[in-house]
Design a protein around this ligand. Structure first.
Ligand SMILES: [Zn+2]
Length: 109
């Protein structure tokens, strides 16, 4: 799992290095945008997304409403899942039903 994160970070660094300045057309005006104006927000957003997904959301447990068993989702499934408040849409690894799973409050620190 950590190997995938390193590959993703390396890919992000390579894409950042491939960036060059570009020209933006905003209505009738043209602006020259430096590469770092694009690279810094994208890098910060991606790192926040990875850290938030792997450290915060994936560390929590969710309860399947069908079989009432508790499970920990993979971090990338947690990040891409549809959610309403703390409930997230997951496919249960035990019964295979896809439903909104409630956060297991007993697993919170
Ligand atoms: Zn289930």
């Amino acid at each position: 799992m950590k190997k995938k994160r390193y590959v993703l970070c390396a890919l992000l660094c390579i894409l950042t290095l491939l960036l060059s300045s570009c020209t933006v057309n905003w209505f009738d005006k043209q602006y020259d945008v430096a590469w770092w104006v694009i690279a810094i927000p994208v890098t910060v957003w991606t790192l926040a997304w990875l850290i938030g997904g792997s450290c915060y959301i994936a560390s929590k447990k969710y309860i399947c409403p069908t079989c009432t068993r508790s499970f920990s989702p993979k971090w990338y499934r947690a990040m891409f899942s549809i959610h309403m408040n703390d409930d997230r849409l997951f496919k249960c690894p035990y019964c295979g039903k896809r439903s909104f799973c409630r956060l297991d409050r007993g697993s919170e620190d």
